[in-house]
Design a protein around this ligand. Structure first.
Ligand SMILES: O=P(O)(O)O[C@H]1O[C@H](CO)[C@@H](O)[C@H]1O
Ligand SMILES: O=c1cc[nH]c(=O)[nH]1
Length: 236
């Protein structure tokens, strides 16, 4: 159907969870969905559809970084007609109040990426989450007593910054609390195509305290994030 996706029309549900990691997509499908069906395996960027609490929902890996995510989002929306896209990622922490395992709901996403900047000429476009999805995720995290922070995320094109934490410059001083690599492109494309998007991340490594999540904590914490994302996704 597309260069990156061999799913047939109708194979995806209206709502999709978007992890970067293909094996996280597989784990989500096999752990949380009833009757998961593999719908895409081109380049091993795995996509599945199944149901959660009786409602159809999909999960599709996006790979790492904004160029890769942008390919999948373009095709999911424009070829397959998806309406609700929820990224479920990992991120680094840029503020000591965010502890490893905490969830970050990316209310907005700042970026160093030309993929967003070059579209807007003289303007600095502010990529933002869908308010309804954001509010619903916050309410669900609160009801489940999960630690979460809603705020500004950095979506960087650079994982190994040559200047380390200093490479993020003034952003933490201006309230940016986490760093990952996809949310800004997701929000910009969602705005362009008139669909809803949210990014939820689990903070796995704090760039300030150097604290990191261990393997066992990773599993539990990602489960919290996926549960919230699925419950938001099935609301439509
Ligand atoms: O865990 P995922 O969803 O891949 O997200 C984060 O992890 C990758 C970097 O290790 C980047 O994709 C970043 O955004
Ligand atoms: O992009 C990412 C993801 C996890 N941790 C980071 O420091 N950066």
């Amino acid at each position: 159907m597309t260069p990156h996706n061999h799913a047939k029309p109708g194979d995806y549900a209206d709502a999709v969870l978007l992890p970067g990691d293909p094996l996280r997509a597989k784990w989500i499908a096999e752990t949380f969905l009833d009757e998961p069906k593999l719908v895409n395996s081109v380049r091993n960027c795995l996509g599945y559809t199944g149901s959660y609490k009786g409602k159809r929902v999909s999960v599709q890996a996006t790979g790492m970084g904004q160029p890769s995510l942008a390919i999948y989002v373009n095709e999911l929306v424009n070829t397959y007609g998806l309406k609700t896209l929820i990224r479920v990622g990992t991120c680094g922490g840029l503020n000591a109040k965010v502890k490893v395992r905490d969830l970050i709901l990316a209310q907005a996403a700042s970026t160093d990426s030309a993929i967003v900047r070059d579209r807007f000429g003289a303007y600095n476009f502010a990529p933002i989450a869908d308010f309804g999805l954001l509010r619903s995720a916050a309410e669900k995290a609160e009801a489940k007593n999960m630690r979460y922070h809603a705020g500004n995320m950095l979506s960087s094109d650079i994982f190994y910054h040559a200047d380390g934490m200093a490479g993020y410059d003034k952003l933490p001083e201006h309230g940016v609390i986490g760093v990952e690599m996809e949310a800004a492109a997701l929000y910009t494309l969602a705005a362009r195509f008139g669909v809803k998007a949210l990014t939820i991340c689990t903070m796995t490594d704090c760039l300030i305290t150097k604290e990191e999540i261990d393997a066992e904590q990773r599993q539990t914490s990602l489960s919290d994030m996926v549960t919230i994302a699925l419950e938001v996704a099935i609301e439509g």
